[in-house]
Design a protein around this ligand. Structure first.
Ligand SMILES: Cc1cc2nc3c(=O)[nH]c(=O)nc-3n(C[C@H](O)[C@H](O)[C@H](O)COP(=O)(O)OP(=O)(O)OC[C@H]3O[C@@H](n4cnc5c(N)ncnc54)[C@H](O)[C@@H]3O)c2cc1C
Length: 389
């Protein structure tokens, strides 16, 4: 199918597909079983210039955007959703610098992230702060040329492997969302501590950690964006990154469906391949239609984000929600098409289902996304009405 990719986008798709098939596929079961971070695969991505595809050229990247990131994330996810999140979490950690960094901050960090010298992470969530991101409890107080951070973060992807992190802390607790600031924290900063690593249902090779800040001294030049405007940094970042979660979901769903169809073609019952039964073909057809619809919505949202379209935020939430719901449904049906084999851990199907589940949860749950979409719809209707008057 022609998705209107340009030459560079086709090159990114083909290159990522090749690395996913040759380097990720043979490793994915082991990485999942052992729950280890894919250092060697990340090095391969770095050597292929893939870690900078969304970073502007003047800072050492390829100058692509959300669309290029989605294309690469989808291809990796077709093979392994866990490796895909290790790859994509770098973008989540560096978008705040791309969007809000000073020239000095961009020059210092982006070329290193693009080359793979630095991995990045995004630290917002805390033990008492999940969907209500405005309730950040980690505090930052000023002390001469420094901000002193105290508090903790939980479930931070790349938390243990990141060299540089965007961290959100409250600089004016009485102001709620308007009192949060964003900071660039380097891993060697005194008072920054990586805590325990989580054991998870899926995306097991990704590194999901607790972080602690104990009188952590962050130089004032590492304030990202304006003081007390950190909530805006977080929300603007999610708008850019959510289509990437949609792409992860599309890739997982497509990968599961492809493997299920291949299995059904080989598996013989009642003297014929199970793929010849209409019940199985209808399930395949329903899955394929949903995956294709999700993919088109993800690409549409990614292009809207890259064009700074006025409805980019709504489309971004729609793409993430629709694609992740599709991934969950398709991976369950893909197991069904494979019968008992699909349930066995020696076969990749159950991993696809475990990996799919997170896409409905992180970067804002699908309940929260539906609220965001609903708010946009009401606002748009009010604006239309006002325009008519
Ligand atoms: C594997 C993993 C990796 C992650 N990586 C990162 C990361 O790198 N950086 C980071 O900052 N965070 C990360 N997170 C955190 C993630 O973004 C949060 O888990 C997510 O935002 C939801 O918060 P919560 O889990 O605390 O759920 P809660 O907010 O406690 O919600 C529980 C349930 O209530 C529902 N709910 C809550 N409020 C509402 C409402 N107003 N209306 C309707 N329903 C509501 C939710 O949808 C959910 O179903 C990660 C999480 C996981 C599991």
């Amino acid at each position: 199918m022609d998705y209107g990719f340009n030459e560079i986008q086709e090159m990114i798709r083909d290159l990522t597909h090749r690395i996913a098939e040759e380097r990720v596929k043979p490793q994915r079961a082991r990485l999942d079983d052992e729950e280890v971070y894919p250092h060697e695969i990340m090095k391969t991505f770095a050597q292929s210039d893939m870690l900078g595809i969304y970073i502007p050229e003047e800072y050492g990247g390829l100058g692509g955007g959300c669309m290029e990131l989605c294309i690469a994330t989808e291809e990796i996810s077709k093979v392994c959703g866990g490796v895909a999140v290790c790859f994509a979490a770098n973008a989540l950690g560096s978008y705040p610098i791309i969007l809000f960094g000073t020239e000095e901050q961009k020059k210092k960090y982006l070329p290193r992230i693009a080359s793979g010298e630095y991995y990045a992470a995004f630290a917002l969530t805390e033990p008492n702060v999940g969907s209500d991101a405005s309730a950040v409890e980690t505090k930052a107080r000023e002390d001469g040329d420094y901000f002193i951070l105290n508090g903790s973060k939980q479930w931070i992807t790349n938390g243990g492997s990141a060299d540089v992190l965007t961290v959100f802390a409250s600089t004016a607790p009485e102001k709620g969302a308007r009192g949060i600031s964003a900071f660039i924290v380097e891993k060697d900063t005194p008072g920054f501590i990586v805590g325990s690593k989580e054991k998870k249902l899926g995306i097991r090779c990704s590194d999901t950690c607790e972080l602690r800040f104990e009188d952590c001294r962050v130089p004032k030049e590492n304030l990202l964006g304006k003081k007390n405007r950190g909530f805006l940094v977080a929300m603007a970042t999610f708008e850019k990154s959510r289509p990437g979660i949609g792409a992860q979901a599309v890739g997982i769903a497509q990968g599961a469906l492809d493997e299920a169809i291949e299995f059904a073609r080989q598996r013989v019952q009642f003297g014929q391949p199970v793929s010849s039964f209409q019940a199985i073909q209808h399930m395949m057809a329903d899955c394929a239609m949903q995956v294709e619809a999700a993919r088109l919505l993800v690409y549409h949202a990614a292009r809207a984000v890259d064009a700074d379209a006025p409805d980019a935020s709504k489309l971004s939430a729609m793409a993430k929600t629709f694609a992740s719901d599709v991934a969950m449904k398709v991976t369950i049906d893909a197991i069904q098409m494979c019968g008992g084999s699909g349930y066995m851990r020696e076969f990749p199907m159950e991993k696809y289902m475990r990996d799919a589940k997170i896409t409905q949860i992180y970067e804002g749950t699908n309940q929260i996304q539906r609220t965001i979409i609903g708010l946009h719809l009401v606002k748009e209707a009010a604006a239309r009405k006002k325009g008519k008057k």
